[in-house]
Design a protein around this ligand. Structure first.
Ligand code: CFN
Ligand code: HCA
Length: 533
């Protein structure tokens, strides 16, 4: 079953003309003969449409800052914003010997009507005093929510005064929910703040060990980082800092001395990766530790980057050992998974990354998309991850300022790019589109109406989603797996993660509960069927 241009036209027909024109630009049927196919992304969701997107506060506090465990993160706003970003993402962290892990707490100024009318700055200062007294954290962040911006509280001034008073870093983030068009704006705001106030503030002046790396854009959802660490440490890498899963202010301060930055989620952290490259000359490499093949490829690219014979050998040894262990297990699950189809609609990177894991199990992704990614996450872009520049150099590569067409431009000459490409295969960073098969659907900011329509046509065997869209497929008799927080499970990264994922999705396929739900197309004829009679 596939979607035709005619099907697409019929779905879009339900919209008013202006909305139809808008949504049409966000949906592609993959056609490799038309490459490069362009897709509109990172634009405002039309009011009235039920989107799965989040807000700038969610992207800043919830996603990038929140997992840093030795910091107390204060949400300045009404209680709901703090409450709904209180570990729902399942970013895990181990408590270090000094006990500084505050992730289990939700700290908010709990603004009331009188604070909105008379201003919330005093209350914020008081909360900071209490936080210092009770927790003695290594640092404090303040994240502003919508009403704070609307009434004009000056959180930067409060942060500055508190920092002077208490002698610990107090960082204010103006990530009011309404900024930008999605959580993506919040990622950018958080990245800028971390670069300004944290990275580079540590004592280290040189990498503390051979093969020192940072893992950027990895959030330890369901324990993913721990599995990635296990593999990397076995090969001989030294992880300085993770941004930001199970990460800390203390580690991140020294991120500037690493030899290489790995970028797992490009969407949320490319700004830090690029700024580290510009300011400290640290190269970065795009990796994907979701999926067996993808993990092996990423490990090989890393070894290739360092180019050390011993490291390359050790990498192959670890890969061989891991594959020998997990392949027989995966083979059992493949018997059930093979030939099934999936929708993979997640956030800003997993809509692509998880296709690799589905593929490992013989599951084909027939529709995929992102909630809030940008065009480069779909269309790919050319990235040279290892040009060294020093901070004073005039030869500073362009920073990506979106939405700027320069985004898609090579930063160095094509000849130089060719030369580097031979050395590092990953210097070309591919987006989602290249991995989709012809005839399959690529869709940006898919809404609930479109979800139902595409399910009716393609009837996938599994739907990868978040909480807001999870129950649409369920009610249609299709198992739905949250790939944001993993539905209480995980890790899904690396080798052990692939096994866990295979186990979980197989259990969903074989669950007899689905036999008790009759999807609409099984019971009564569809509208189209009646019309054709
Ligand atoms: S953990 Fe990441 S991997 S950070 Fe990002 S783009 Fe969100 S919170 Mo939900 S699961 Fe999702 Fe990605 Fe990067 Fe997570 S696909 S939407 S903002 N995301
Ligand atoms: C967020 C966080 C989220 C939400 C997931 C969902 C997450 O966007 O604020 O909608 O199910 O991963 O927890 O993406």
């Amino acid at each position: 079953m596939s979607v035709t241009e005619k099907d697409l036209e019929r779905i879009l027909e339900a919209y008013p003309a202006k909305v139809k024109r808008n949504r049409k630009k966000h949906i592609l049927i993959k056609d490799s003969s038309q490459e490069p196919q362009e897709i509109e992304a990172n634009t405002r969701t039309i009011p009235g449409i039920i989107t799965n997107r989040g807000c700038a506060y969610a992207g800043c506090k919830g996603v990038v800052l929140g997992p840093l465990k030795d910091i107390v993160h204060i949400t300045h706003g009404p209680v709901g914003c703090g409450y709904y970003s209180w570990l729902t993402r399942r970013n895990k962290a181990k408590t270090p010997p000094d006990g500084k892990n505050y992730l289990a707490y939700c700290v908010t100024t709990d603004m009331q009507e009188k604070d909105i009318v008379f201003g919330g700055e005093k209350k914020l200062a008081q909360v900071i005093d209490e936080v210092v007294e009770i927790f003695k954290p290594n640092a404090i962040t303040i994240s502003a929510t919508c009403p704070v911006g609307l009434i004009g509280d000056d959180i930067q001034a409060v942060a500055k005064a508190a920092q002077e008073k208490h002698g610990i870093p107090v960082m204010g983030f103006n990530c009011e929910g309404y900024r930008g068009v999605s959580q993506s704006a919040g990622h950018h705001i958080a990245n800028n703040g971390l670069l300004e106030w944290v990275v580079g503030k540590g004592e280290m002046t040189a990498a503390p060990a051979k093969y020192s790396i940072n893992i950027l854009g990895e959030y330890n959802i369901g324990g993913d980082s721990w599995e990635i660490h296990r593999i990397l440490e076995e090969i001989g890498y030294h992880v300085i800092a993770v941004a930001s899963g199970d990460g800390s202010y203390e580690d991140l301060k020294n991120a500037h001395v690493a030899d290489l930055n790995l970028v797992q989620c490009h969407r949320s952290i490319n700004y830090i990766a690029e700024m580290l490259e510009i300011k400290y000359g640290t190269p970065w490499l795009k990796v994907n530790f979701i999926g067996v093949e993808a993990t092996c490829q990423s490990l090989r690219d890393m070894a290739q980057y360092f180019g050390d014979e011993e490291l390359i050998k050790k990498t192959e040894e670890v890969i061989a050992k891991e594959l020998a262990r997990i392949e027989p297990i995966l083979e059992q699950y493949r018997k059930i998974c093979k030939g099934k189809t999936a929708f993979c609609f997640v956030g800003g990177s997993r809509g692509h990354h998880y296709q690799k894991l589905f593929e490992d199990l013989g599951i084909e992704t027939v529709l995929a998309g992102y909630e809030f990614a940008h065009r480069d996450d779909y269309e790919g872009r050319q990235v040279i991850p290892h040009i060294k520049v020093d901070a004073d150099s005039k030869n500073i590569p362009e920073l990506h300022v979106e939405p700027d067409p320069k985004f898609f431009k090579l930063r160095i000459s094509p000849e130089k790019a060719e030369e580097l490409k031979k050395k590092i295969p990953l210097s070309y960073y591919a987006g989602m589109n290249v991995d989709m098969k012809d005839g399959h659907v690529i869709i940006d900011d898919m809404n609930h109406f479109e979800t139902e329509e595409f399910i009716r046509i393609l009837k996938p065997d599994i739907f990868a989603s978040g909480i807001k869209d999870k129950y649409i497929p369920h009610k249609m008799g299709i198992p739905s797996k949250q790939l944001h927080n993993y539905d209480y499970s995980g890790p899904y990264a690396g080798f052990n993660g692939a096994v866990k994922f295979a186990q979980d999705v197989t259990a969903m396929f074989t669950n007899p509960a689905w036999n008790f739900i009759a999807p609409p197309w099984k019971g009564k004829p569809l509208l189209e069927g009646q019309l054709q009679k």
